[in-house]
Design a protein around this ligand. Sequence first.
Ligand SMILES: Nc1ncnc2c1ncn2[C@@H]1O[C@H](COP(=O)(O)OP(=O)(O)OP(=O)(O)O)[C@@H](O)[C@H]1O
Ligand SMILES: Cc1ncc(C[n+]2csc(CCO)c2C)c(N)n1
Length: 265
Amino acid sequence: MLVMDLMTHSSSFLLPTDSRPSLTYALVILNQQLPRFTPLLWKHAQLRLCADGGANRVYDELPQLFPHENPLDVRNRYKPDLIKGDMDSIRTEVRDFYASLGTKVVDESHDQDTTDLHKCVAYICDLTPDQDKSNLCILVAGALGGRFDHEAGNINVLYRFSNMRIILLSDDCLIHLLPKTHHHEIYIQSSVEGPHCGLIPVGRPSGKTSTTGLQWDLHDTEMSFGGLVSTSNIAKASKITVRSDSDLLWTISIKKQVQKIPSEV
Ligand SMILES: Nc1ncnc2c1ncn2[C@@H]1O[C@H](COP(=O)(O)OP(=O)(O)OP(=O)(O)O)[C@@H](O)[C@H]1O
Ligand SMILES: Cc1ncc(C[n+]2csc(CCO)c2C)c(N)n1
């Protein structure tokens, strides 16, 4: 019998203290409204990149998340390591500001066939030795909501780099790939995520998918666009398991307000 490797997943990077120090995080900021928990992602990350106009968001919106502080102090504190892209959206004053702080700025305007997110992920991928790739997780802030062509391009990056752990995030939800090469255990952080979730066969139909822990579990179920896709499902257990013969997208809602334990209310 073929024994498949297990891949575990947890959104512990949304908690103030990450219980999974074995994973290293890189953060990529896109040109969309910054999620409110961006400072938390920034703190967990060891490498912080801005995709082109994402640098404008850090410059303009991070100070707004700290309304009682001097904007310049906030900007000096949140300095990206790298800004990369085709540089048609970053403002000159923003580029000059971060360049003067020592941020590396890489202009790839010659490449009009890949997105700025692709360019950032390719950079991280090239920098990471193969044996370290499974311990690295790329968090992408501002990847969902807004223009659908950009969202589709962002999802395509999950498939183009399916050997990397990449999580697309917005204020409302997160998405990542569950590669068919593994079976999966997803540990639900119920104080910050869920219960609404979905398993979506983007790319190609899946012949057989089985799950545990969902309100509407799948049992060797076929999924395809035009047929069944599992949306508006509910995470019932603290651990969800998924086995499939195809790559699937996993998505789960992010809670608006962190829930307090009753004794703290
Ligand atoms: N509305 C959006 N929704 C989702 N992702 C976005 C959106 N806008 C930008 N992004 C992401 O942020 C990255 C950088 O954005 P930026 O606006 O600099 O890109 P761009 O290539 O100049 O876009 P455009 O297609 O408008 O020329 C994009 O590659 C994309 O991944
Ligand atoms: C078939 C095809 N469709 C669209 C584009 C345009 N495009 C895709 S990525 C990108 C860079 C965005 O920063 C641009 C302009 C292309 N090259 N090829």
